[in-house]
Design a protein around this ligand. Sequence first.
Ligand code: ATP
Length: 312
Amino acid sequence: MQSKLGKYELVKTIGRGSWSKVKLAINKIDQTEVAIKIHKLDHPDLNQEKVIIIQNEAKLLARIEHKRIVNIVEYYTKQVVEKSDGFKYDVVCVIVNELAKGGELYYYIKNSGAFLEREARYLFLQILEGLEFLHSQGVCHRDLKPDNILLTENYDVKISDFGFSGPLAGRSGDGLLRTHLGTLPYQAPEINLKLKYKGQNVDIFSLGVILFNMVIGVFPFRIAHQTDQCYRQIMKGQTGQYWKYFKSIVARNGGQPFSQDFKDLIERMLEFNPDKRIMLDQIKKHKWVTSRDVPSPNEIRIELARRKAINE
Ligand code: ATP
């Protein structure tokens, strides 16, 4: 017998967040599969401030819906989970999300290496669509990374994990944000420098890191064991040091370099100065993005299915 949470039967754990477990579950009424993010009340790191962050994620997700976003089915701020042995425990927040069966983009790159530029373009266009929608709703994500880009069963992109999201304009009245959130290798330098920042700009920087990772197969600012080492690399980013990987990558790709348009777009997205960084509207018009060299949905699905088989 499986553990139960209301009408849902919890099948297995498919992911772990900082303060949560994500379970694959089945709605016993209509038999649909869902992903349920469960935050236990007695989690050692969960304090009142974090509970508010978690509940905010649920509220935010509940009011937006888009094909490139992991949509929420429902959420509860208090629930009881009943385990198969009859043991019950309290949870502070349960978010029932549509299931993204393909899993994290992260593993499609980590285990199989870089994508061809045209393949990366296909995925990038979908991520861009999701991000544009979020920004149009006045929301910035603030934690974009390949781990938070999920794929559906058909290998379509769904942006997930809105735990660090917030309003674009902030509360300061000057249209700037001041909460310093995110994950280091993807974090814009203005966040590292603890400056006030624009939500749009920091998301674009992270998107640049994702694009770099998709096409180059490594990160522009390596995930160093020591955070200060990674921090220094991001700060050095202003001198374009990340291209030092160029030679080894060309060698690995059988002598095939990446395009000038790609290089240009990356440099604009990873621009150190947030006021000079490329904006979403400009990204959409950039030559690399508008290129017609994009695989058909079928082609990309074959490639992603091949990569998924390696993940398993
Ligand atoms: P962190 O704080 O460490 O970034 P988190 O608490 O925000 O994590 P999520 O990133 O939302 O947690 O979820 C953890 C993992 O669970 C994801 O990386 C993914 O592998 C899996 N997961 C989350 N939501 C879904 C979903 N809707 N469909 C499929 N898998 C999911």
